[in-house]
Design a protein around this ligand. Sequence first.
Ligand code: BTN
Length: 251
Amino acid sequence: MKSLKPRILRFESLPSTNTELARQASEGAGEGLSILADEQTAGRGRLQRAWSSPRGAGLYFSILLQPAIAPDRWPLIVFVAALAVGDALSEACGVDTDIKWPNDLLSGERKICGILAESVETPTGRAVIVGIGINLTAEAYPAEIAAVATSVAEASGRPPERETLLAALLRALPRWYSLLHEDDGAGKIVAAWTSRSSYAEGKAVQVANGDEVWQGITRGLESDGALRLETTDGIKIVRAGDVSVRPRIEE
Ligand code: BTN
């Protein structure tokens, strides 16, 4: 049984907790090393986007994982993180969340948390850095995305407690991570993710990946977490991309 024991390094300010952890991992830091920053000056999101990270407005956290699992299970690491954040938001803040494929946490259809997983070579082999950004207050995100973003303060109606949320996250992550290492763990993780996501089945969505855009109805997940999308050309297996609810066609 793999047991994850997070150890936290705290910083007032960093360009990016993922970047700092990648540096430390390449110098031999071990699994479980985690970095928390009060602010990030160059926070990074998926698909080369910036992640706004003003001081005290968000939880900016990264953890180093070196799972002992078959390569086809590695994509499920982000599902482990999404499930753990969902538990932590529920336990610590009373906020229920939906998951948008692959790993955006939504509250009231607006994004409250983003997850960025990056693989890194370390002296002991390949590892992955999982970066988690949770909006604590509305100051975390730029005003121009207010229609599609939210925060713990807005969703819970009370002041966010970063440390309580962090403690809940540090309890939840090892639980799901350990499940990933069990023989039937992959199936259980995909099932748990599916049960918590309104995007898993029967949702009309658009998926954009670079210049490519597909439209279709979601039809569940493959065992490695890829999204099955029913398009007019048949089932397409989506392994990367940005999912949005399909724009309504005006009649
Ligand atoms: C996304 O685009 O949804 C992913 C956002 C991930 C943001 C977090 S904040 C902590 C860690 N450090 C970073 O630079 N990014 C991640």
